[in-house]
Design a protein around this ligand. Structure first.
Ligand code: ADP
Ligand code: MG
Length: 709
């Protein structure tokens, strides 16, 4: 590698000493420039610093050692191997460590008596001898050995030496970065390339993008994250990058918020007649939280500004009804209102639900899903949705330009974190800035609300309808079923119905968990006189529907099911839910499942079966469920226990790529970032200052991404 300092955008092809084959492999992996290479972070680290005097080494211990080679030899046991007898010169015990290389004949060309090595590997005791099989090693005092090693490994390709002082080991004796393998490049060589590039990177290379933490130079942090001297250093570097990612995310949110707040909208909600009519006909009153949310929405709709509002509420808190009220307000003002649902099942459910609720009113309801796109019985033809203002329910199909509702006054998005900002924009891009109401399907942690929906105003339904029966949640060991069975009998004698949920559909050899099909047999044997049905995802739609209907009509006492009962099941008379292997489910999922009971006036019981003992994995979340029914609290706990990456499944979150998910759980970081972002925008709303040029680039393309068309 030449002596000139490398810049972030130096093409890797200019580094004369990356072998052509390796360059090809790097290019194939999408790495063209120095910065691409350096932004590809280690997947994990291996701490190879651990060292101990030879005579104290234990069988099975993984250690990094400095040793002296006293002799080498080819040997044969079961197969041929090359052996180096090593030790440490200052060891009063004269302990010997035998390094053995199997199937690596080139090692013989590299090692010679008298060399000093740094080695890393797992110590094994064989026949009283301390050995290491195929250890990673570096020759410490023989510069040519490095060259020979690489040449040998590559079958002759030349790779000049790393100029290495005695203290500078790359693969041993330090915290070593482990990268995802790139086909065509030996693991050690890849690490070497990164090392060399870092050595030669210009000290004063500018940070890419807007520099949020100039006190800790960006490229120093890059160095630290690849070859950290200490664990604390690598954490500090990660935090630096997390801060950048968090800031950029929050800046986009702040930018969107600023833009949204300036957008003109329609004045709707001029007549509440339809809404009043619906509320008259309902057999219950809105809760005061629902009333407050409806009022907030109505005020927004009646204002000349575009509404951009998030509606959050726990499972069963009645979000759908609030959304329907808002849609009727739009229809009452002569506009169409559309609801975008994340799945076909949910879209159909909303559609049926609305048809039922509005059957005595002259508000038409249309459904548009990919399945029904040409079913004119459900949907008016593609030319439009008819003249009369109506409610339109649909899936992603609504996002296609030809399906986009016209004359749209209100767009409701039943988000379920499934739609991203772009899709949100696509949906509402009707040219006349409809009001927008986004609903989360389940409560999400506060940090995520700020991150995913920080550009929106928020309404929260923090109260459940009063007609809900109490739910008692209990954790039981499956070994004590006797009492549970007699309790089930008691409740069924009183006319109640029961859900039994299992993690699997069928028995599995690999997972020792209960399955719905085997549970069916088991409970038929326990309650031969009872009507027991089955519901799982492998049944076809008709079978599922008829099982559901039977349970709904009370023609079935027990419904044995998988998590398919999680959504869309509403049977007020069912008051017991028994969950097998409860510890194998996610916390939020268990909360969703439990939401199926407590829907009528009867006291309900959620029985979590698990043999996990206190302190064992899976136990803690069950204790959380027993402690609280509050979905917001449960969402926070779930987040804390599983970490942001898992909870979110970022791919479907609409958040885009998140490389440092730790910031997603860090309220302080998010607050700091959003404060900084807001300060910049209030000082320079159009980002005209030269220092803000990187920020302009950051938000470029956001403004016209479907906002008007
Ligand atoms: P969410 O979508 O928030 O989970 P839903 O809107 O599906 O909740 O409402 C759950 C059930 O509660 C529905 O059957 C709905 O009709 C009913 N419901 C909604 N609001 C009320 C209320 N104020 N009083 C009684 N029942 C209600
Ligand atoms: Mg709902």
């Amino acid at each position: 590698m030449s002596n000139r300092r490398l810049q972030p955008d130096t093409p890797l092809a200019e580094l004369a000493d990356i072998a052509p084959r390796e360059l090809q492999a790097l290019h194939a992996a999408g790495l063209e420039q120095v910065q691409h290479l350096l932004r590809r972070l280690p997947r994990r680290y291996e701490d190879r610093r651990s060292s101990a005097p030879l005579h104290l080494l234990q069988d099975g211990e993984a250690v990094s050692l400095r040793v002296h080679v006293y002799g080498t030899a080819w040997r044969f046991a079961h197969k041929r191997y090359f052996e180096a007898m090593t030790g440490t010169p200052d060891d009063p015990h004269g302990t010997r460590l035998y390094l053995r290389w199997f199937n690596m004949p080139y090692v013989a060309k590299l090692l010679a008596t008298g060399m000093n090595l740094s080695v890393f590997g797992k110590v094994r005791l064989y026949g009283g001898k301390l050995t290491m099989a195929n250890p990673d090693f570096e020759v410490m005092d023989d510069e040519d050995a490095g060259r020979r090693l690489v040449e040998a490994a590559l079958g002759g390709t030349l790779m000049p030496l790393v100029e290495r002082k005695d203290a500078e080991v790359i693969h041993t004796g330090r915290i070593v970065p482990i990268y995802r393998a790139i086909p065509g490049i030996a693991v050690r060589n890849y690490r070497c390339i990164v090392w060399k590039v870092l050595q030669q990177l210009a000290q004063d290379a500018p940070a890419p993008g807007y520099d949020v933490a100039p006190a800790y130079p960006y490229w120093q942090a890059v160095r630290d994250i690849h070859f950290p001297a200490e664990e604390a250093v690598h954490r500090k570097a990660r935090l630096r990058f997390a801060l950048v990612e968090c800031f950029e995310q929050q800046f986009r949110v702040a930018w969107r918020r600023q833009r949204l707040q300036g957008r003109p909208g329609q004045i709707t909600a001029t007549s509440a007649a339809y809404m009043e009519e619906l509320l008259q006909e309902l057999p219950f009153e809105l809760t005061s939280a629902q009333r407050r949310c409806v009022q907030e929405i109505r005020t927004d709709m009646a204002s000349p500004r575009q509404m951009n509002r998030l509606l959050q509420g726990d499972v069963g808190s009645g979000k759908t009804l609030v959304a329907l009220c808002a849609m009727l307000l739009a229809v009452g003002s002569g506009k169409n209102a559309a609801l975008l649902a994340p799945t076909q099942i949910l879209a159909e459910q909303h559609y049926r639900n609305f048809c039922r609720l509005l059957q005595h009113m002259d508000v038409p309801v249309s459904l548009r899903t990919s399945d029904h796109a040409d079913d004119t019985g459900l949907i008016l033809d593609a030319g439009g949705y008819g003249d009369a203002p109506r409610i339109i329910v649909g899936t992603h199909a609504l996002l296609y330009k030809k399906n986009r509702p016209v004359n749209l006054g209100l767009a409701v998005i039943d988000e379920q974190h499934k739609f991203g900002v772009e899709q949100r924009e696509q949906f509402i891009a009707s040219g006349d800035n409809p009001d927008v109401l986004v609903m989360t399907a389940t409560p999400i942690p506060r940090t995520l609300t700020l991150t995913l929906y920080g550009d929106l105003d928020v309404s929260i339904i923090d109260e459940l309808p009063a007609n809900r029966g109490e739910i008692v949640t209990a954790l039981r060991n499956p070994a004590n079923m006797k009492r549970i069975i007699s309790f089930m009998r008691e409740q069924m004698d009183a006319g109640r119905q029961i859900y039994i949920v299992s993690p699997l559909v069928e028995e599995s050899d690999t997972r020792k968990q209960s399955s719905a099909t085997s549970e069916l047999g088991r409970w038929n044997a326990v309650f031969p006189e009872r009507r027991i049905g089955l519901l799982h995802g492998r049944m076809n739609a008709d079978e599922k529907e008829s099982a559901m209907q039977a349970f709904h009509r009370g023609e079935m006492d027990i419904l044995v099911a998988t998590t398919v009962v999680e959504v869309g099941v509403d049977v007020a008379n069912a008051n017991i839910m028994i969950i097998n292997n409860a510890d194998t489910f996610g916390l939020s999922q268990l909360h969703q499942l439990r939401g199926r009971i407590g829907r009528g006036e009867h006291k309900s019981f959620c029985i979590l079966l698990s043999s996990a003992k206190p302190g064992e994995p899976g136990r803690e979340k069950l204790e959380v469920l027993c402690r609280t029914l509050n979905g917001f609290e449960i969402a926070e706990e779930d987040f804390r226990m599983r970490g942001p990456g898992d909870v979110l499944g970022t791919a479907q979150s609409g958040l885009g790529r998140v490389e440092f998910p730790e910031w997603l759980a860090d309220m302080r970081l998010i607050h700091r970032a959003s404060r900084d972002a807001a300060a910049i925008l209030s000082q320079d709303p159009e980002l005209k200052l030269p220092v803000h040029a990187p920020l302009r680039r950051l938000v470029q393309g956001m403004d016209n991404a479907g906002m008007t068309c």
